[in-house]
Design a protein around this ligand. Structure first.
Ligand code: ATP
Ligand code: MN
Length: 483
């Protein structure tokens, strides 16, 4: 006989089911006794809202009620009735309770008190049962769904690019090596280097840092494609915005120029954020309050001016500010912040890479809205970006968000074979290894463009979580690969 006859709490909350028999299953958040009756707040993951179970000791044995402690998993059968209390419309009068799994209160680490996010990271296997992480992962799911819906509705095709690759030509970050060689005793070449021709793939391979190059190949046949997959960077940067394993969304479009690319990125970001606003109301209201509490604990000058929901609506309703790198450098150089030496890295010369303090100054202090920065110096950008007429800049775009900094990096790609190969030569990228990439420029080349959105940075922005480790279930960062 099938076990699952449960009704989800989310469904029970949608309308008044008074009078109906129901079976619910979930985990005890809290239990309190009042006038001989036990009230159990039950959560089953479907909603941030708990459902109230009323257990009358005349119907439910004392032994069962004792075991219904915080964290225990219960199956409850009973009747839905209008609630006497003010906290909820309806509740479940328990007629039968089965303890599916006990949670010894002496040992269960999650108690109904406030735990720090740092502590919860150490018990990432259990933190999913908290209000905060339940909300974060429901919102994360909604955003992932919205990403696919957006592109599907626009006629883009989802391409699965390889996770194991032989190219690190992009130079987007340090790679993790993939090998089956015996690390203690690897075969060596005559010169004493590791002989990768004896490795599994008969060459040196690594985990992908980006699906872009393969994405471009697909766009040269399907015209509009996107990838959405895991991405790996072995950067030893212990920041609140970097993971060693993260998920990236990379649309790539034939027949798009730089401006088409910017328009798509802005429309796409607004769409997925609106989707979350419409479909994750309760979770976002909870996260809005959580973020406000966190803000209140900060010093007045470090608090953000807008609350979470206000900020999300603001981004959806306002046009992003578009400006060139050159214009941004002027603004930064002449800012009081720079003159008073408040930047750790002072902005003096055209050509320097922007630090996240500069990006955040532009977004949070100067424009107070998302910024699309374009036309960067070619020397600080990748080889595949399209060279501009001025000979100095490329058709790059970075999108900068409040509280996050860079959320999107993209460009129009160099479609002219001559210019691409000479740039590769300048940058020391071996053309022989990239023969397949260059073939797209040899045969039927066309203007095309694309960008990469770090999915966790998007989830951070939408949930207001300050640390990227708190928006992915099991974060991988330097020194951390537990769970
Ligand atoms: P940053 O300068 O912030 O390190 P990047 O310029 O190296 O990022 P890109 O190579 O442009 O990043 O990658 C595209 C997008 O992927 C970035 O805009 C960002 O949203 C995301 N991203 C890059 N590196 C990471 C990381 N280590 N963890 C999470 N997201 C990342
Ligand atoms: Mn970038």
């Amino acid at each position: 006989m099938a076990f699952n006859k449960r009704i989800k709490i989310k469904v029970l909350l949608e309308k008044d089911h008074s009078g109906q028999k129901a079976t619910v299953m979930g985990w005890v958040r809290t239990k309190r006794n009042n006038k001989n009756v036990a009230f159990i707040a039950l959560n089953d993951g479907s909603s941030i809202t708990n459902f109230q179970i009323v257990a009358d000791p005349n119907l439910i044995s004392d032994d069962i009620l004792k075991r219904a402690t915080t964290g225990a998993c219960l199956k409850i059968e009973g009747t839905i009735v209008a609630s006497q209390g003010s906290g909820q419309q309806t509740e479940l009068n328990a007629e039968h309770i089965e303890v599916l799994g006990d949670a010894d209160p002496e040992k269960y680490p999650l108690q109904p008190k406030k735990h720090s996010l740092e502590f919860l990271r150490e018990i990432a296997h259990l933190r999913i049962r908290t209000n905060t992480f339940g909300a974060v992962f429901r919102v994360r799911h909604a955003l992932a769904y919205a990403v696919h819906k957006y592109f599907n509705d626009k006629g883009f095709f989802y391409i699965h690019t390889p996770i194991i690759t032989a190219s690190d030509a992009e130079g987007a970050g340090e790679t993790f090596k993939v090998t089956t060689l015996d690390l203690k005793n690897p075969p060596l070449t005559e010169r004493g280097n590791i002989d990768f021709s004896q490795d599994f793939f008969e060459r040196e391979t690594n985990l992908t840092v980006s699906g872009q190059l393969e994405g471009e190949l697909a766009a040269m046949g399907l015209a509009e494609i996107y990838t959405f997959g895991p991405t790996f960077r072995a950067e030893n940067s212990n920041t609140t915005r970097h993971l060693a394993e993260f998920w990236m969304i990379e649309p790539e479009m034939a027949f798009y120029d730089a401006e088409d690319n910017q328009n798509l990125a802005e429309d796409f970001l607004k769409y997925v954020i609106s989707y979350a606003l419409e479909n994750c109301k309760e979770d976002l209201e909870f996260l809005d309050k959580r973020a406000a509490e966190e803000e209140n604990a900060k010093k007045a000058d470090q608090r953000s001016e807008m609350g979470l929901l206000e900020r999300l609506r603001f981004v959806v309703e306002n046009e992003f500010q578009r400006l060139t790198y050159t214009e941004a450098i002027e603004i930064l150089r002449n800012s009081n912040h720079n003159k008073k030496k408040k930047f750790q890295y002072l902005v003096e010369n055209w050509g320097v890479d922007l630090q996240s303090e500069h990006e955040r100054y532009l977004v949070e202090k100067h424009f107070k809205k998302p910024v699309i920065l374009t036309d960067y110096p070619k020397d600080i950008k990748a080889f595949y970006m399209r060279q501009n007429e001025d000979g100095k800049t490329v058709a790059a775009m970075d999108i900068l968000f409040p509280g996050i900094g860079e959320i999107v990096g993209g460009s129009q790609r160099e479609e002219r074979l001559e210019l691409l190969t000479s740039r590769m030569e300048e940058m020391g990228i071996p053309a022989e290894e990239m023969w397949w990439y260059l073939d797209t420029r040899r045969f039927g080349s066309t203007p095309h463009a694309g960008f990469g959105l770090g999915f966790e940075r998007l989830v951070q922005f939408v949930t207001g979580m300050g640390n990227i480790r708190d928006v992915i279930a099991f974060p991988r960062t330097p020194g951390h690969a537990e769970f």
